[in-house]
Design a protein around this ligand. Structure first.
Ligand SMILES: *Cc1c(COP(=O)(O)O)cnc(C)c1O
Length: 379
């Protein structure tokens, strides 16, 4: 019998009622019933983003919203500061370079959070930089960056905006778009939003819209001003991802019903339980100092062939986890605890991790991780 538990940091499991909503017969994206869906979703997205501004809905994966942020805000020859502390930080740099924007990297070791003082120094050195790009949660390393502190540094600079990839942060932990003065916040559907891949979102502040008006970079599909105009009529510029947006209505209803505060507390507990479980096996975390509650990155112990873990744990034990990317390939394992994941999923994931580590020759006390996680979950 095969039954797979999806504990990858995207895509994540999709709840049954969301699946059911997406299976309904097709409706037309310009007709009233669908516009009513968009109207509702628009309001609920504001709740999720903690903003009064509109949240644009794009038919792409999260990277589309990242690319759109660069293409809509910046102009030829602009400079931008990019926090690079993992695969997704590097993606900001690659997008900037594709558009002829000069990326000034602020590097942090993979597994460490960036120090806001590094960003302050970069801003002092290049005050003409139009934007600071970063991740709230760097999924490739399981690190949480100090977004609020960095936003404080940017807020006082009239001609610079902060652009936050919150793809594994929104719906995971507290990210206050308006209160923290985050100028652009983007996310995607297949992480904490409990949906299949295929939707991206972007929310812009008044300061960001002013910058967008001056932007001369080429854009067509990801034209934020065009999307904003259409959203005012409860539409998207092109054919809407109808079924996904109907699914979004169901997933946002779940989030609203639970309440952000409860959602963050629940996710935090699952994350703490996972970290405690891993440590009880004598394993080390890649990001012990600033872990993201989205996923836990675990260092593969010395002498164990880490490259084998993701396929073995999935094929033999029915749990899907992620390995490492780039130079961390074979060196880490990542277990997600965002979205539609509960305590029993985490316990199963830890049990499967014990099984696979034992198969690969690591000696451990059976049940130690599950026991440590249970102690946290029961508290
Ligand atoms: C998943 C993810 C993305 C987007 O990747 P897509 O494959 O385009 O959905 C971007 N940034 C972070 C931090 C992510 O976790």
């Amino acid at each position: 019998m095969k039954k797979t538990l999806l504990l990858t940091p995207g895509p994540t499991p999709v709840p049954e009622d969301v699946l059911e909503a997406m299976a309904r017969p097709m409706i037309h994206h310009r007709h009233e019933p669908f516009r009513a869906v968009v109207e509702k979703v628009k309001e609920d997205l504001k709740y999720l983003f903690q903003t009064d501004n509109d949240v644009l809905i794009l038919g792409s994966t999260g990277t589309g919203a990242m690319e759109g942020a660069v293409a809509n805000l910046l102009s030829r020859g602009d400079k931008a500061i990019v926090v690079q502390a993992g695969k997704f930080g590097e993606r900001w740099t690659e997008i900037c370079e594709a558009y002829g924007v000069q990326a000034i990297p602020v590097d942090a070791e993979w597994g460490k959070a960036v120090d806001p003082e590094q960003v302050r120094a970069a801003l002092d050195q290049a005050p003409e930089a139009k934007a600071v790009f970063l991740q709230a949660s760097e999924t490739s390393t399981g690190v949480r960056h100090p977004v609020r502190e960095i936003a404080d540094l940017v807020a006082s600079r009239e001609n610079t905006v902060i652009v936050v990839d919150a793809i594994t942060a929104l719906g995971v932990f507290d990210v206050q778009t308006d209160a923290w003065k985050l100028d652009v916040v983007v996310t995607g559907s297949q992480k904490a939003l409990m949906l299949p891949p295929g939707l991206a979102f972007a929310c812009l502040s008044a300061k960001a819209w002013r910058l967008a008006e001056a932007s001369d970079l080429p854009k067509y599909y990801f034209d934020f001003a065009k999307e904003k105009k259409n959203l005012a009529k409860n539409q998207t510029a092109y054919t809407s991802s109808v079924s996904l947006i109907i699914g979004l209505q169901a997933s946002l209803a779940r989030i609203k019903e639970e309440g952000l505060e409860n959602l963050f507390a629940r996710t935090d507990k699952l994350a703490r339980a996972t970290r405690a479980g891993v440590k009880a096996l004598g394993l080390e975390l890649l990001a012990p100092d600033s872990p993201s509650d989205a996923c836990t990155a675990i260092k593969v112990p010395e002498g164990i062939d880490g490259a084998k873990i993701p396929s073995l744990i999935r094929e033999k034990y029915g749990v899907a986890v992620a390995g490492g990317q780039a130079h961390l390939k074979g060196k880490i394992v990542r277990i997600s605890h965002m979205g539609y994941v509960n305590a029993y999923d985490i316990l199963s994931g830890l049990a499967a991790l014990e099984f696979v580590l034992r198969d690969l020759g690591y000696s451990l006390e059976t049940g130690a991780s599950v026991k440590a996680a249970l102690d946290i979950l029961a508290s």
